[in-house]
Design a protein around this ligand. Structure first.
Ligand SMILES: Cc1cc2nc3c(=O)[nH]c(=O)nc-3n(C[C@H](O)[C@H](O)[C@H](O)COP(=O)(O)OP(=O)(O)OC[C@H]3O[C@@H](n4cnc5c(N)ncnc54)[C@H](O)[C@@H]3O)c2cc1C
Length: 465
């Protein structure tokens, strides 16, 4: 591994990745998740030296792309560390493709710096505005989960500040339980300072994409599964509004890195990303506008195979900055669950039917098949189908709907994704997580006083408020 002098590869827009400048000490700021449903005032400390910044804070926060309360403090006014100014590359081995970077280094920065040089993140979620610390804490998955697993599979080493304030290194050989509990542990096992992980070598920086249009849910799920045998990247988008014989119609998108001889000679250019300038009225996204949008979306799809820019392929929602403002001041929640292989297709159908009955139709409905469960003790994915459903918040009904969905998921032996969740109750979470006892044992060993905690830990784990 070549130790490089620490490098700052690139900068995102200020709201996406603030970088450089003087360290800030404990500014009182309003924080929320990406779903914008809850606001908590916290004392936020940021700076370039994470060893300093993480001293005596209750939690780390990256780019705030978790939807609910995972990156929010348990109490108003508690001190949290923002990692986004600690975004240096620390070392890179160009022969092996092994990278060590600070926890605030983002996938966006990784893509800008490494894609033109022939490397990419081993696993990339549906947005590139995610820090390394956030990717590990949620053990993120991407379109290649059926082949590549989660981010944690490609992780080699972590340096962390644990509950008693000391700094430890962990890996598969050193404190392996802490290493496994941190992947998917939502920041509750310690503050990640830096991490070493494996990048993927590319034949070209362009994507060969194939789009297939499917007339109903069963065709779509079947085509999605079959596509996974041939294609490393697969995902599907479902029209939750369609009824009758079109119920569950949608689009299956498949991709692989293009061969050098099929790709354009130059690297993909930066793309202009317009922004939603202000918060839209809350009722704007309703059943009528949703139906119109999907009719348009469905008809606009270009089926067939072509070479495309990797950004809209991996991160279609990043094309519009602040798109979460479209949901208005009430915000939205993303309900993401996985239904284990077996009766997962029937379970998915029941969920879409239930949401139509309740008039809580998701504006965005993504369905993806997962590969095997990984080593992260609380990581979300397991073999089966995952549904990610964006639902605008209705003060009176959202809790009831999430409760009903959770009961259905428990009956199917599935579970929910903590990085997206905002409404699940502790009793439901415990019923869907037989792994919780093992993970809790590791947390108790490293942080018996729960000095590291979050609003999510109060809601789901019974931490003191
Ligand atoms: C449009 C969109 C698409 C998405 N698509 C996917 C997807 O396809 N697959 C997927 O898996 N996820 C997806 N996500 C979720 C996202 O990848 C995760 O929520 C991720 O954790 C966000 O990273 P962040 O840097 O914004 O972390 P934050 O949201 O700031 O924090 C998330 C969690 O990480 C913890 N954390 C952050 N930094 C550290 C650190 N240094 N040490 C310890 N803990 C830390 C926080 O305490 C918190 O619990 C998507 C999100 C959006 C908005």
């Amino acid at each position: 591994m070549h130790e490089t002098s620490p490098t700052r590869p690139s900068r995102g827009s200020p709201s996406e990745n603030r970088s450089g400048g003087a360290p800030s000490e404990h500014c009182l700021v309003p924080l929320s998740g990406w779903g914008r449903s809850t606001v908590v005032w916290a004392r936020e400390r940021s700076g370039e030296d994470l060893e300093q910044v993480t001293r005596d804070v209750v939690l780390c926060r990256g780019l705030g792309r978790s939807y609910g309360d995972a990156a929010l403090p348990a109490r108003e006014g508690e001190a949290i560390a923002s990692t986004i100014r600690a975004n240096r590359l620390l070392a890179f081995d160009p022969d092996a493709g092994v990278l060590r970077a600070e926890a605030g280094f983002s996938i966006h920065e990784l893509v800008r710096f490494f894609l033109p040089r022939g490397w990419f993140a081993p696993v990339s979620p549906g947005t590139q505005f995610v820090t390394l610390g956030g990717a590990i804490a949620a053990d993120v998955h991407g379109k290649a989960h059926h082949q590549q697993g989660c981010f944690g599979r490609h992780l080699r080493k972590l340096r962390m500040r644990v509950g008693d304030g000391s700094i430890v290194e962990c890996s598969r050989d050193q404190h392996p339980e802490l290493f496994r509990a941190t992947q998917g542990g939502m920041g509750l096992t310690g503050h990640i300072l830096d991490a070493e992980f494996q990048l993927e070598r590319l034949p070209s920086p362009w994507i060969e994409q194939e789009v297939e249009i499917c007339p109903d849910l069963h065709t779509l799920m079947g085509r999605l599964r079959e596509a996974g045998d041939e294609w490393p990247f697969t995902v599907s988008w479902v029209d939750g509004f369609a009824r009758g014989r079109n119920f569950g119609r949608g689009v299956v998108v498949k991709g692989r890195w293009a061969r050098a001889e099929d790709a354009p000679p130059t690297p993909p250019p930066e793309r202009f990303r317009p922004a939603v300038p202000f918060e839209m009225p809350s009722g704007l996204l309703n059943e009528s506008t949703g139906r119109l949008f999907y009719e348009f979306y469905y008809r606009m799809q270009r089926r067939g195979r072509r070479v495309v820019h990797p950004a809209p392929f991996f991160y279609p929602l990043d094309s519009i900055r602040h798109w979460n403002r479209l949901y208005g001041s009430r915000g939205f929640t993303q309900y993401q669950c996985v239904l284990p292989e077996g009766d997962d297709i029937a379970g998915a159908q029941q969920i879409f039917e239930q949401l139509q009955r309740e008039h809580a139709i998701p504006f965005l409905a993504v369905v993806k098949d997962f590969g095997a469960e990984g080593e992260g003790m609380l990581s979300f994915p397991r073999s089966g189908l995952t549904l990610a459903l964006d639902i605008p918040i209705d003060r009176d009904r959202t809790q009831v709907i999430v409760d009903q969905l959770n009961e259905r998921v428990i009956a199917h032996g599935g579970r929910i994704y903590l990085a997206k969740d905002a409404f699940t109750r502790e009793v439901h979470f415990r019923a869907m997580e037989p792994r919780l006892a093992d993970w809790t044992r590791v947390r108790e060993k490293w942080d018996p006083e729960h000095r590291i905690r979050s609003a999510l830990a109060v809601r789901l784990l019974g931490d003191e408020a």
